[in-house]
Design a protein around this ligand. Structure first.
Ligand SMILES: [Fe+2]
Ligand SMILES: [Fe+2]
Length: 169
């Protein structure tokens, strides 16, 4: 089956993964120019799913989307709050861990993208046009205040993850 939405979002997952890999290519050093592109790109990716993909699928089958979307919403909330503190090795380990599970669940056969693609098959081209036009999310510089990392830990916990358990793995 031809799956243009799946391919669009999956290609973006790979692009973001590459940026994060480039940011951490040298051990003990985080290349901020790549990390900044990753941050920006991930927030735009989440916005495209939350503001374009989910609402289009929800219009077709609200019950189904209300059943499956909460997990993704909570993880988007966690990932968004993980973009706020300045990056550290631990923070990036946690981001990678959550992102890997999140992206897999979106991409797997019968996963989120397959469901949304099937629900919105009558308007695939309109959605692709809207996605291509999606603008970047305005970004603040990283916030080093303890409140930022505390908020990220709480958002992670709401999504079912524990920051410290991931760090020591
Ligand atoms: Fe997502
Ligand atoms: Fe995604």
């Amino acid at each position: 089956m031809n799956k243009p939405l799946y391919h669009f979002f999956t290609a973006d997952h790979h692009r973001l993964e590459n940026l994060l890999n480039q940011a951490t290519a040298e051990a003990g050093e985080i290349k901020l120019e790549y990390y900044q592109q990753f941050r920006c790109g991930l927030l735009r990716h989440i916005k495209m799913e939350e503001k374009i993909l989910f609402p289009a699928a929800k219009k077709v089958n609200i019950e189904l989307m209300e059943k499956i979307a909460p997990r993704y919403r909570l993880e988007h909330g966690a990932l968004t709050s993980l973009m706020v503190p300045p990056p550290t090795v631990s923070l990036i380990k946690v981001i990678r861990y959550v992102l890997e599970k999140h992206d897999f669940a979106e991409e797997e056969v019968g996963g989120l993208y397959d469901i949304c693609e099937a629900l919105t098959h009558d308007e695939t081209q309109e959605l692709l046009d809207q996605l291509a036009k999606a603008e970047e999310v305005p970004l603040h510089p990283p916030n080093p205040a303890p409140i930022a990392i505390e908020a990220a830990r709480r958002a992670l916990a709401r999504a079912g993850y524990n920051f410290d358990e991931i760090v020591i793995q």
